[in-house]
Design a protein around this ligand. Structure first.
Ligand SMILES: NC(=O)C1=CN([C@@H]2O[C@H](COP(=O)(O)OP(=O)(O)OC[C@H]3O[C@@H](n4cnc5c(N)ncnc54)[C@H](O)[C@@H]3O)[C@@H](O)[C@H]2O)C=CC1
Ligand SMILES: O=C(CO)COP(=O)(O)O
Length: 338
């Protein structure tokens, strides 16, 4: 077994580090906050981000990035998407040839409109390309940490890398499937959070199951349109990183994005909701990126557009629903229809 650096000590970084430690790796979790690293080592628990999950002794935390990466054979990037570029820049001088690089982050950067694949290739040009893999799919940190059976996708362009990464994470309670469609897997993971905001909002408004099912299905259609325009495969979105994660996040009580949407639907202010959440809700920033990307690429994404209008333009959720229901009628399946 090897040594792994997990860069990000939030709920997901901690849950994945726990998996790898249980598999037999020596794991160093990097936290930018020294007090959190110290607390994890002292109490064997991440009380701030994943309370209640006991962490094995083979998992240690550090706020020293060089120490985390030194001598490891795999690095897992799992900071929020807006921090990934900075973390990659800090990590770059310490990354050595042959280290596997896995991203478990779901999001699209604002301004550059880059997915994590592009961010990591740009910041780690000598290392990220062939050794880069993506972990995505329906997986709440709390449930994985409790060993509830979970299945996710490992996407990588290189077949040997897919295989090696799958073996590293495989445990009786965690099943992995391989995909070569990095674009599709990343699109599914990032964009489901936007649709989960919408699904939460209509639930918060008290609308019914019909509305939620329509949003999930039409949400998948617009995720597929953007993904295919970027070169992804439509089939990927019928899988765990598409439909699987979309259903989980749009219906699961544990979803932070759905929770933010619910509170918006009940009429609370975004700033107040995010302050109380205490975790990242990736969909909030990714909505802006996805909307900008849809405009730039000429891809129709009406639900994303309405979520953007609610989050950033002060539109009411009620008016967003009315406008979606008033879109021109057309075929269910077409590369451009809404
Ligand atoms: N929590 C979950 O169940 C899952 C989360 N993810 C994804 O994993 C990523 C991380 O999410 P969580 O760990 O759940 O978030 P979290 O909100 O639980 O924790 C965020 C972590 O990032 C750190 N952080 C924030 N800004 C930073 C910066 N500028 N530099 C370095 N570290 C910074 C925080 O200190 C904290 O440790 C997100 O992209 C999320 O979508 C994916 C699957 C499941
Ligand atoms: O990505 C996730 C589950 O697969 C977590 O979703 P939330 O960030 O909405 O909690």
């Amino acid at each position: 077994m090897g040594k792994v650096a997990v860069l990000g000590a939030g709920a997901w970084g901690t849950a994945l580090a726990k998996v790898l430690a249980e598999k037999g790796d020596r794991v160093l979790v990097w936290s930018r906050r020294a007090d959190l690293a110290e607390q994890i080592n002292r109490t064997r628990e991440n009380g701030r981000y994943l309370p209640g999950a006991h962490l094995p002794d083979s998992l240690q935390a550090t706020s020293n990035l060089a120490e985390a990466i030194d001598g490891c054979d795999m690095i897992v990037f799992v900071a929020p998407s807006h921090a990934t570029r900075d973390v990659a820049r800090l990590a770059a001088p310490h990354v050595k040839e042959g280290m596997l690089i896995v991203s478990a982050t779901k999001g699209i950067e604002n301004d550059t409109l880059e997915f994590m694949d592009e961010v990591l290739v740009h910041e780690l040009p000598a290392h990220a390309g062939p050794n880069l893999a993506f972990l995505s799919g329906p997986s709440f940190a709390k449930e994985l940490a409790a060993h509830l059976p979970t299945a996710v996708v490992i996407a990588a362009r290189d077949e040997a890398v897919r295989h090696r990464v799958m073996q590293r994470f495989h445990l009786p309670y965690l099943r992995l499937y391989a995909s070569e469609d990095v674009v599709g897997v990343e699109c599914g993971g990032a964009l489901k959070n936007v649709i989960a905001l919408a699904a939460g909002a209509v639930d918060g408004l008290g609308l019914g199951h019909n509305t939620r099912a329509a949003l999930i299905t039409r949400g998948l259609a617009e995720i597929a349109r953007l993904s295919m325009a970027r070169g992804g495969s439509a089939l990927t979105l019928a899988g765990l990183a598409g439909m699987g994660d979309l259903v989980l996040t749009c219906t699961g009580e544990l979803s932070r994005n759905r929770t933010v949407g619910m509170e918006l639907g009940k009429g609370r202010k975004l700033t107040d909701i995010l302050r109380a959440l205490g975790h990242v809700a990736e969909g909030v920033r990714t909505t802006k990126s996805a909307r900008d990307l849809s405009v730039k690429m000429g891809v129709d994404m009406p639900i994303t557009r309405e979520v953007y209008n609610v989050l950033y333009e002060g539109k009411s959720v009620e008016k967003g629903v009315v406008d979606l229901m008033s879109l021109p009628l057309g075929p269910e399946f077409s590369p451009s229809s809404s």
